[in-house]
Design a protein around this ligand. Structure first.
Ligand code: APR
Length: 269
């Protein structure tokens, strides 16, 4: 028995769970963007595997001297420069498009992403909460307002908030920084409302995001995992799609498209 049969069975289980659900949320991690050329953080080829887990005082260092932080970031020589370059070059892959299609089909009601890469939006998704922020935005540390990065020519360092003149930082959440309240409240709302949660490409080891599936499951939601590797949550999932997201998510959508039969083929009239 090759790996195909268990995957076929798991796809069948997963499609029945999603089709029967009233409110499906996807919790997404770095794994979904691996096939877009962005490395994960942990495991083989992970950013932290290479650089070592980052210091937990990134935010405190920013607040202490935002001019120095921005000067280093804009020099393109900071420790994340190589990683940030992969984000610049990345394009959405079949997994991002599959989630966007599920949203259009009314089968996926919200995406909670831990990724800062903006690829869900570029794939056409709109119901999205970015718990760790978005690399293409700036956020004011005083009033919390967000602005598109492209609107700032970075002549003034640190850049200043057009509304309150507060200091602007990248919208991405730095280590040691509290998750912005609006994002946290949105995550909590959708987590408590869902009766199905897809766990796509996350190691489910970083909090608070790693707790959302637990809260959802306690509320009666059924969990479906999409990941080539085992995670701490695999054992509490009702279906596990063990493979790369860009391969297995489109196959799940095939089975859920109107008119598709149980194997995803177009139903004969
Ligand atoms: N498709 C699906 N999943 C994949 C793929 C793939 N092609 N390739 C790898 N994975 C899985 C790995 O097996 C792993 O479980 O994606 C997961 C990536 O885990 P992490 O690198 O830990 O990423 P994530 O869970 O998003 O990390 C959470 O940690 O460092 C912080 O801010 C960072 O948002 C990040 C958070």
């Amino acid at each position: 028995m090759n790996g195909e049969e268990p995957l076929e069975r798991a796809l069948e289980q997963a499609s029945q769970i999603v089709a029967a659900a009233d409110y499906t949320v996807a919790l997404v991690g770095a794994g979904i963007s691996v096939e877009s050329g962005i490395p994960p953080f942990r495991g083989p080829g992970g950013v932290w595997t290479k650089l070592g887990e980052p210091a937990m005082d990134g935010y405190q260092r920013f607040i202490a001297d935002p001019t120095a932080w921005w000067t280093e970031r804009l020099s393109g020589k900071d420790e994340f420069a190589e990683f940030l370059k992969t984000l610049d070059d990345a394009k959405p892959n079949a997994a991002h498009y599959a989630l966007a299609e599920m949203e259009r089909l009314g089968l996926l009601h919200h995406v909670i992403t831990q990724n800062i890469d903006n690829l869900h939006q570029e794939a056409g998704g709109s119901e999205i909460t970015e718990i760790h922020g978005n690399r293409l935005k700036l956020r004011c540390v005083a009033c919390g307002a967000r602005f598109p990065l492209r609107e700032f020519n970075m002549e003034e360092i640190p850049p200043r908030c057009p509304d309150c003149r507060g200091v602007l930082k990248t919208d991405t959440v730095l280590f040691g920084e509290p998750i912005p309240q609006d994002a946290l409240q949105s995550c909590d709302h959708h987590t408590r409302r869902c009766d199905c949660m897809l766990l796509v490409g996350t190691s489910a080891t970083v909090y608070p995001a790693a707790e959302f599936p637990i809260i959802a499951a306690r509320g009666g939601a059924r969990l479906v995992e999409v990941n080539p590797h085992e995670t701490p949550l695999s054992e509490i999932c009702r279906a596990v799609l063990r493979g790369p997201a860009a391969e297995v998510l489109p196959r799940l959508v095939e089975r859920l498209r109107p008119g598709a039969d149980a194997t995803g083929r177009e139903e004969k009239p």
